[in-house]
Design a protein around this ligand. Structure first.
Ligand code: IPD
Ligand code: CA
Ligand code: CA
Length: 259
């Protein structure tokens, strides 16, 4: 593994550790909550603080890199040239506010459009899922095995709420009938982790932003899993995507059922 990946990995893990401690210490404190585009699209003072801290650290340590952050403290990114960082400071903000759990701090680093490193930290369970290109995926340093290539009928399917509630997705909801059961966690990052662990066979979700999918994409690549848009095209990290993260078998079945 190139030395610069190893040292950047150590640096990122230290940042995640420092920042997530502050999030945990403030989990019961009064949050300042603002609505963004809709009543269920919220941002808190903690989301903003986490992103600002990460942006500050990246800019100090890696000044020529560019940053795409959900809360807008990074750069306007229109291409994937050079080193680009993706930040989702709190993935699962609604869970963070209402459940005090089931949320994650997420980071990914891409070089010329190739996923190099990614991090999904389940803050309340203290589980850090991380990957370096070519080195597999680990949970708190323990390497995850490649999951068994389960078919839809052998496992659980996860999805997001817009698929459940919007009429135009009737045909997609039918996919659930082919699986053993359906789950909604409400954090794209933690659902990506479930696919990586083999505890669900697929995660299908609509309208995910680049920072929702950038870390999970490397996990899929490292574990021989599939990550595509609904039309079977590769993910587009400069736009919103309807995504399928799945085992090879489940992916093939889902593509047939969707199209
Ligand atoms: C959201 C979560 C949710 C997904 C939404 C995302 P946020 O992220 O990942 O599961 O369905 O599309 O926007 O807003 O909590 O960071
Ligand atoms: Ca998110
Ligand atoms: Ca977020």
């Amino acid at each position: 593994m190139p030395e610069n990946f190893t040292s950047r990995d150590k640096t990122i893990k230290k940042w995640i550790d420092e920042i997530s401690r502050v999030v945990l210490n403030n989990i019961d404190s009064q949050l300042e909550i603002e609505q963004k585009t809709a009543p269920n699209d919220l941002v808190t003072n903690m989301d903003k603080w986490v992103e600002k801290e990460l942006v500050k650290k990246i800019r100090t340590t890696f000044p020529s890199d560019r940053i795409l952050g959900e809360e807008g403290f990074g750069d306007a990114i229109e291409d994937m040239n050079g080193t680009v960082w993706f930040i989702d400071p709190i993935d699962g903000t609604l869970n963070f506010i209402l459940q005090n759990e089931n949320f994650a701090l997420m980071l990914a680093v891409y070089e010329d459009g190739i996923a190099i490193q990614s991090y999904i930290f389940d803050v309340t369970l203290n589980r850090l899922y991380s990957a370096i290109k070519g080195e597999g995926v680990s949970c708190n340093g323990q390497r995850l095995p490649e999951p068994y290539d389960a078919a839809l009928e052998e496992g659980i399917l996860a999805t997001n709420s817009s698929i459940m509630i919007e009429e135009k997705y009737d045909h997609i909801r039918k996919i659930a009938k082919e699986s053993l059961g359906l789950r909604l966690v409400g954090s794209a990052g933690l659902e990506s982790v479930e696919v990586a662990k083999g505890s669900i066979v697929a995660y299908i979700a609509t309208n995910l932003k680049p920072w929702d999918v950038a870390p999970g994409l490397l996990f899929m690549q490292e574990l021989g899993l599939k990550a595509t848009q609904f039309n079977n095209e590769p993910l587009d990290l400069l736009n919103n995507n309807n995504i399928i993260f799945a085992t090879n078998k489940a992916h093939e079945e889902i593509i047939k059922l969707i199209n």
